[in-house]
Design a protein around this ligand. Sequence first.
Ligand SMILES: Cc1ncc(COP(=O)(O)O)c(C=O)c1O
Length: 467
Amino acid sequence: MAERKVLLDEDALPKSWYNLVPDLPTPLPPPIDPGTREPVDPKALERIFPRELVEQEVSRERWIPIPQEVREIYRIWRPTPLYRAERLEGYLRTPARIYFKYEGVSPPGSHKPNTAVAQAYYNAKEGVQRLTTETGAGQWGSALAFATMLFGLRCTVYMVRASYRQKPYRSLLMRVWGAEIHPSPSDRTEYGRSLLKSDPEHPGSLGIAISEALEDAVKHDDTKYSLGSVLNHVLIHQTVIGLEAREQLAKLDEYPDVVAGCVGGGSSFSGIFWPFYYDVHVAKRAPKRTRFVATEPTACPTLTKGVYTYDYGDTAKLTPLLPMYTLGSDFVPPPIHAGGLRYHGDAPTLCLLLRKGLIEARAYNQTEVFEAATLFARTEGILPAPESAHAIKFAIDEALRCKGTGEEEVILFNLSGHGYFDLQAYGEHLDGRLQPYDYPEEQIRESLRRLERELPWVNGLPYLKGV
Ligand SMILES: Cc1ncc(COP(=O)(O)O)c(C=O)c1O
């Protein structure tokens, strides 16, 4: 009988994270200070992040040791299992072999604590008392609430108001772990108050919540800010996923033809594919020319329809300009259920790799995503997070393609979280109330025209040339 799941011993937990930045095909364009139009001095980032995380952000080291204290906490749920989706394969009658790495076994229910624990550790080590952050669907906020509790830090979470209403149990979970939650926009920040003045029922967005969390952090000396995706250090921490998966597949004598994941800001997908990218493009020791496929919603099609340029990371324009595919930082997310995928930009590393043709991207609408999620739950039993279900949709399509061609491909995807707090969305799907939604291209173009009017000098910057 073929092995159905592969578990690793706790001592097989990786000892270092992998940093892909020095292995990029061209240097990463730097973040730009919109005031000076010059690259940001990393020192300036120490106002919002602890020193060691800033060092990781700009590090040229390929391997970054994981502190023993962080590995100790990882042991609560890591190494995570790698499953073969045998029943899904049987249902599809595909010759492909489908594997998934299941990150939903962490206490908060997703991959997010892989970085939350590391970030809380470095902040605590440098004497920080409190962390602020934003959360969309609640997975990131829960992960930071969990991690700060373990290191004795306080935690303030700005949760997108629409999700706060949709998912009351997520905020309760964060409160159980001791965090303070505010629906965003809130009356706690100047920016939040300015938005509430014109619309007291403002549904919020991830970009707005980031602005509030940043404003709160910079106004308090004992407080720093924590981000759950996009930045290099966050993606680096997530590579425990791919490093473990590579070892688990090796135990089965397997190597993936394709590695897929969903993308909100790009951390879980990068976490699983970076170590395989290293094998294929850097060490050149992979037995196959593995493909890497990012999946995203048609309602927030950053990688498939966005424009590659410099843009702000938040709506109040407090962050430096980042080189990325963007829908415009004033993008107002439509109310789809994959709340964690509604970000207007993506990780600069991921965007550069897409631009260079080293990864691919696909977009799916929420109706087809929930169909895939339900099929997965009915075959494999696990209820996937709506975000992760985008990768499931890809895996199913790919397996069906193999059925047509007879190829025995090995498909690996990241099941980045469970969906037990998303049952309302499943209910709407089962009742036939979920509509497919494509973000209107005209709105994307309008938003980017506004950006161009505001920052006409961006196109003349030398950093994007050759990328
Ligand atoms: C389960 C799950 N997967 C994926 C994501 C997307 O984030 P990222 O692209 O950083 O992995 C989220 C974001 O909240 C999430 O909750």
